[in-house]
Design a protein around this ligand. Structure first.
Ligand SMILES: [Zn+2]
Length: 303
């Protein structure tokens, strides 16, 4: 009978651990601990997860953290992982401030590279997004205070390859998803994908502002599926294996199919959002959030 008395305690502990992990994922100060994802890829798990890819002579960092203080932390961790590397590359999964606004904290000589669509988006909406995040709390305002974003040293259209010494990072732009300029980093020979918001783990998809569309997101996932992926490091959820790509595709197509059917019946976007969210909650009781309202609205708006 002891078993039955232990069970609620275990459940409470699980819920506590999940909410503690969730709190860590939205807490904007990054720590210096790293988690090894694959042979050449480390991550600082936080808001957001940062990838550090270490080659024989150069290091690539993907995403900066919110503001220069976090950027400096990331650069320090990268230097500790590979003290002998003379070149530091920096790229960003998308233009939002927790991913890109830490750039001024990186040392002089850091080579900033991103795709052209993401750069255009940043020029158009970067300041507006920083102002929005700064309005969320005094802490975020402090982190983003006075941040000036510089233009990249290198921009590319569809793909750029960086030789880090025994490790190749392919930076890919496959089209719009969470934003227009979502960038993917494919690390060979690890077969590790740094996926940004495009492939996540037990997390609701979200298209912010005039980003991609549900249909373009699915097209991006079809292109990703052609890679032979062993490890995925998302930006706002736990790492996983290549099966996350199919799970993301299944999730988005399920929401989209359900939403389009409800739209055809003349149901409002708000009511459709509630119905789809309830269905997902029943299907995935362990997920921290199954609110599909915003994504259903994106489906309704699809041309
Ligand atoms: Zn974002």
């Amino acid at each position: 009978m002891q078993r039955f008395r232990i069970l609620p305690a275990v459940l409470a502990l699980t819920v506590f651990a999940a909410s503690a992990a969730f709190a860590q994922m939205s807490q904007p100060i990054l720590g210096e601990d790293t988690t090894k994802i694959s042979d050449h890829v480390w991550a600082i798990m936080g808001y957001p997860n940062i990838a550090i890819i270490v080659g024989g002579h150069a290091t690539l960092v993907v995403d900066t953290g919110m503001g220069p203080k976090n950027g400096a932390t990331v650069a320090r961790v990268a230097a500790k992982l590979a003290p002998g590397n003379t070149k530091l590359f920096l790229t960003t999964t998308h233009f939002h401030p927790e991913h890109a606004a830490g750039e001024p904290g990186f040392p002089a000589g850091t080579i900033l590279i991103r795709n052209a669509v993401q750069q255009q988006e940043m020029e158009k909406h970067g300041q507006e997004m920083m102002d929005m995040f700064a309005g969320r709390s005094a802490e975020m305002k402090g982190l983003l205070d006075g941040v000036k974003l510089r233009p990249p040293d290198i921009t590319f259209n569809q793909e750029a390859t960086i030789d880090l010494g025994g490790v190749t990072a392919r930076l890919l732009w496959f089209g719009g998803a969470h934003t227009k300029g979502d960038e993917l980093t494919w690390v060979e020979p690890d077969r590790t994908l740094v996926s940004g918001d495009v492939v996540q783990n037990k997390t609701m998809p979200n298209i912010y502002g005039d980003g991609g569309t549900p249909a373009s997101w699915l097209a991006v996932l079809d292109k990703i599926a052609a890679l032979n992926i062993a490890h995925v490091l998302p930006d706002h959820s736990a790492p996983g294996d290549g099966s996350l790509v199919k799970e993301e595709h299944d999730l988005i197509s399920e929401i989209r199919t359900r939403a389009l059917a409800l739209k055809k019946q003349g149901i409002s976007a708000a009511d459709a959002g509630k119905q789809v969210s309830a269905a997902l909650k029943a299907q995935h009781p362990d997920w921290p959030n199954t609110n599909a309202g915003a994504f259903v609205t994106s489906v309704y708006k699809e041309p």
